[in-house]
Design a binder for this molecule. Structure first.
Ligand code: SF4
Ligand code: FES
Length: 265
C-alpha cells in the first residue's frame, strides 16, 4: 500500500494584490508520498472546495519542468529544497511525516501578487519584447547546415536556451535581480550568427526594460544560479555586462541615433 504523510502546511493567502496577506494553517493528512508537490496542492484544494471555501490560487501548466509556471517558495527556497528541480517535479517523498512546510509566492516588486501564490510575471515578457527575438526569417530546417556555427557556440547557446523563464532567480536574489534570466535570453541569441545584426539593440533594449520593470542590480550573491532549476550559469551575466558595455559605446560613438544600432559592429 502506498505510504502517506501527515503534514502541517503554512500557506500564504492573499485575496488580491492590495489585500493584506497572511499564513493559513492547513493540516494536510494522508498525502501520498508518490504525489508531486502540485498534486499535493490539488488534493488540498479539492478538500477546501468540498468544505465550501476558497481554494488556493497557484500557477501551473506543463507539470513537466518545461513551462516555468510553477512559481512557489517552499520552506524559504524558490522551487523547494531539491536542486535543479521545478516545483512540479518535486515529490512529497522528499518530505517526512509530521513536517511543517511553508509555502509562499515569489516575492519581488516586479512580480506583484495576483492572488495567494500566483504572481504577475508580465515584467519578464516586457524584457523579451524589448529584444529577445530575431526579427528576420532565419530559414527552414534544411537551411540550418548552410550556416557554419561552431560546436562550442551551438552548445553554449543551447545552455542559455534552457532558461524556462520561471523567475526563481529573481525570487532567490536578495536584490530581486533579473540578470540571470535577461542574460540567458539575450545570450542565447547573441551567441549565434543569426543574432549578430541586432545584438546591440537587443542587449540595450532588454537591460533597459529590466531596469524599468523595477528589478534590482546584481551584486554577486550567486543565489540565482543556486535556485535555477535549469542550472543557468552566472557566466551569462558576465557576458551580458560585456555585451552591454560594447553596445553603449556603439550607441554613443558609431550609431548615435538613440536606437542602439543594428550592424553588429
Ligand atoms: S535563469 Fe533559471 S531561475 Fe531564472 S528564469 Fe531562467 S530558468 Fe528560471
Ligand atoms: S508546471 Fe511547467 S515547469 Fe512546472
Amino acid at each position: 500500500m502506498a505510504r502517506t504523510l501527515n503534514l502541517h502546511l503554512k500557506v500564504w493567502r492573499q485575496a488580491s494584490a492590495n489585500a493584506k496577506g497572511y499564513f493559513q494553517d492547513i493540516e494536510a493528512k494522508d498525502i501520498p508520498e508518490s504525489a508531486s508537490f502540485l498534486e499535493m496542492m490539488d488534493i488540498i484544494n479539492q478538500r477546501i472546495i468540498t468544505a465550501g471555501a476558497d481554494p488556493i490560487a497557484f500557477d501551473h501548466d506543463c507539470r513537466e519542468g518545461i513551462c516555468g509556471m510553477c512559481s512557489m517558495v517552499i520552506n524559504g527556497r524558490a522551487h523547494g529544497p531539491e536542486v535543479s528541480t521545478t516545483t512540479c517535479q518535486l515529490h512529497m517523498r522528499k518530505f517526512h511525516d509530521g513536517d511543517t512546510i511553508w509555502v509562499e509566492p515569489f516575492r519581488a516588486v516586479a512580480f506583484p501578487v495576483i492572488k495567494d501564490l500566483a504572481v504577475d510575471r508580465t515584467s519578464f515578457e516586457k524584457i523579451q519584447i524589448a529584444g529577445g527575438f530575431i526579427s528576420v526569417r532565419t530559414g527552414s530546417v534544411q537551411d540550418a547546415n548552410a550556416l557554419p556555427i561552431s560546436k562550442e557556440a551551438a552548445d553554449s547557446s543551447m545552455d542559455a536556451a534552457e532558461c524556462i523563464g520561471c523567475g526563481a532567480c529573481v525570487a532567490a536574489c536578495p536584490n530581486a535581480s533579473a540578470m540571470l534570466f535577461t542574460s540567458a535570453k539575450a545570450g542565447q541569441l547573441n551567441m549565434l550568427p543569426q543574432g549578430q545584426p541586432e545584438k546591440h539593440r537587443r542587449v540595450l533594449g532588454m537591460v533597459r526594460a529590466m531596469d524599468a520593470a523595477g528589478f534590482g542590480n546584481c551584486s554577486n550573491h550567486y543565489e540565482c544560479e543556486g535556485a535555477c532549476p535549469k542550472d543557468i550559469s552566472v557566466r551569462w551575466i558576465a557576458k551580458m555586462n560585456r555585451d552591454y558595455a560594447l553596445a553603449t559605446v556603439h550607441e554613443a560613438v558609431i550609431a548615435p541615433t538613440g536606437k542602439g544600432g543594428g550592424d553588429g559592429g
